[in-house]
Design a protein. Structure first.
Length: 452
């Protein structure tokens, strides 16, 4: 376990002291704290953490609920609209301190998860108070309350992202600009939605229906949060499955280590040029990464042979697309990536394998991967061939377009590389200068996907 840096510990201590200073006036007489409202909101926020802390409750809700799933910022933003700043900050502390922490150091993490929301809630409450947010809720004047509610949500978001960037910088040793990059853009829209939910809770809380009606706002929020967590669980499981398969191939065929990841990257570049987006891009990336998974069924002596392949060894190598398709056939989330694994060695003129498909008979995803595979094979140094320069590799792909490769895919790769460039890397175990000169093409093209 990597110890927490001293600067990070000092940063967390300062945040905790700041949170304590913000909340302390609520505890000192004569304090106008409405304890019934503050206590109920604090208990509600702490209760939202129970599914992440209680494994039994998490299983009762249909699965393992990750830590933080029950964190409901609308409760804190409701407190910012209904309570004085010190009392609003106080409502965030119990939930943070009770939050379940999986990774060590638990004490420091729990302290941070209490201090940062408390400071953000205090800032949100100060902003709402400056804009007479409580008066607008008490009127009630719902349209007029939109401005203080959204301003409070914006203040909450700014403070929380600033604090999160700071802790990332101290923990990981990043420059502040790098630590903050992207945080605000990802957090702004969700926090503004939380602000609107907090406003609805506040309006209902002050209505004749009382706090019980306000709690109904949390139900759809909780369900959406739970569904979102399940989605991330599923994506994490998918990624773990892909990583395990790729690592197994890399271990068996060490000469092409990293090849699968680069083919996945090149496949995505081509797919974006073709206008693919969203889930289809993920499928294309999976196809590129897994295109050689069938090599797990090929004898290691054949994969690592330095000399030319015999006709029998070539036939064994050419079975790897079918082996790969069989291995991943039952993995539903891969979709058309399974067809790409099976057909990525087909050729436009029908002379490829395993089935000799031609032209549009070859699945589009397979035509994308075929070009990406050949490009990386030519631009990577192997034990049996030196890397070719990118322009040389592209010229070879263009020469083979229409016979071996789909011209549309080749043109898309050329455009993508002109825009984004390409990071080549040595993939053999030996450094480049020790690699022998390339042999004449022929049998080895079956291994690499390189144009013969």
């Amino acid at each position: 376990m990597k110890p927490l840096p001293r600067t990070a510990r000092a940063y967390i201590v300062c945040a905790a002291l700041g949170a304590g200073a913000c909340a302390l006036p609520a505890l000192l007489p004569p304090s106008p704290t409405p304890w019934a409202t503050a206590g109920l909101l604090a208990a509600l926020y702490a209760l939202c953490e129970l599914p992440g802390r209680c494994r039994l409750l998490g299983r009762a809700l249909g699965g393992s609920v990750p830590p933080g799933t029950g964190s409901f910022y609308p409760v804190l933003l409701t407190a910012a609209l209904l309570l004085p700043p010190a009392a609003a900050a106080l409502t965030a502390l119990p939930g943070g301190l009770l939050a379940r922490v999986v990774e060590p150091p638990a004490g420091w993490r729990r302290t941070w998860r209490a201090a940062a929301p408390a400071l953000a809630t205090w800032a949100a409450a100060r902003t709402a108070a400056a804009l007479d947010g409580r008066a607008a809720l008490a009127a009630p004047d719902f349209p007029a309350a939109l401005l203080p509610a959204l301003a409070a949500a914006l203040a909450f978001c700014l403070v929380l992202t600033a604090l999160d960037g700071g802790v990332r910088a101290t923990v990981d040793g990043l420059p502040l600009r790098a630590a903050w990059r992207g945080l605000l853009g990802r957090a702004l829209a969700p926090h503004l939605v939380h602000g609107l939910a907090g406003l609805m809770m506040g309006v209902l809380w002050r209505s004749p229906h009382g706090p019980a009606a306000a709690l109904l706002v949390l139900l759809p929020m909780y369900l959406s949060c739970w569904v979102f967590a399940q989605y991330h669980h599923e994506r994490a499981a998918h990624q773990a499955t892909i990583r395990a398969l790729v690592q197994a191939v890399d271990i068996k065929d060490s000469y092409t280590r990293g090849h699968s990841e680069r083919v996945g990257r090149a496949s995505v570049l081509i797919a974006r040029e073709l206008g693919m987006a969203g889930d289809r891009l993920d499928v294309v990336r999976f196809a590129g990464i897994l295109h050689d998974v069938g090599k797990l069924g090929v004898p290691t002596r054949v994969l690592r042979k330095d000399g030319p392949l015999t006709p029998e060894e070539r036939r064994i190598i050419e079975l790897h697309p079918e082996y790969g398709h069989e291995m991943i056939r039952g993995i539903g989330f891969l979709g058309e990536a399974r067809d790409a694994v099976l057909h990525h060695h087909e050729r436009i003129d029908g002379s490829g394998y395993p089935y000799g498909l031609r032209g549009e008979e070859i699945p589009e995803c397979a035509r994308v991967v075929a070009v990406a595979d050949a490009f990386d094979a030519m631009t990577s140094t192997r034990s049996y061939s030196r890397a070719r320069p990118v322009p040389t590799a592209l010229a070879e792909l263009e020469r083979c377009a229409g016979s071996q490769f789909d011209p549309r895919m080749v043109a898309a790769l050329v455009r993508a590389l002109a825009r984004h460039g390409w990071q080549t890397a040595v993939t053999a175990d030996e450094p480049g200068p020790q690699v022998p000169a390339p042999r004449a093409p022929g049998p080895l093209a079956a291994r690499t996907g390189e144009p013969a």
